[in-house]
Design a protein around this ligand. Structure first.
Ligand code: SF4
Length: 147
């Protein structure tokens, strides 16, 4: 998955929550080994124009981070949300973790942490396909790690 971020994605090096501003694949492996449970959120949407995906992601991710906080407050101190899509908090990203202007709300997407989302969600029976046009229905996924 890291190769897909590094080669072919326009956000590589442009986002404070995307590679290369995220832990190495080895560090991600160690991170996931800390958990026994995860909650997968399936988010389904059809948009009228490609740009609409960004505002939708921004709104959904904001709510997902709130969910993480509530789960954390209920005692699951390692709760960590991997948001749907890359961080969309700001219209323009600083491109660096250290200079991120919204560190409390910014989270990486699962792909950023080298998760094979296709394989993961298919293994639990959720649908996901490579889409070939923007008017197709999207199945997007966020993952909350819980411990
Ligand atoms: S919160 Fe803003 S500055 Fe920080 S990673 Fe997200 S888009 Fe970039």
């Amino acid at each position: 998955m890291r190769f897909k971020c590094t080669f072919g994605c326009s956000s590589y090096g442009e986002k404070g929550s995307c590679p290369p501003q995220v832990p190495s694949v080895e560090e991600c492996r160690a991170f996931f080994a800390e958990y026994r449970e995860a909650v997968v959120f399936r988010l389904v949407k059809k948009v009228n124009q490609p740009e609409d995906r960004i505002s939708w992601s921004r709104e959904v991710n904001k709510e997902l981070v709130k969910v993480e906080r509530e789960v954390f407050k209920s005692g699951y101190y390692k709760a960590f949300m991997m948001t749907m899509d890359e961080c969309r908090c700001c219209a323009t990203c600083t491109g660096e973790r250290a200079t991120c202007v919204n560190k409390e709300d910014s989270r990486p997407g699962p792909e950023s942490l080298a998760v094979d989302v296709f394989n993961t969600v298919r293994s639990i029976g959720y649908p996901i396909e490579v889409l070939h046009s923007y008017d197709q229905e999207m199945n997007r996924y966020a993952i909350l790690m819980v411990e």
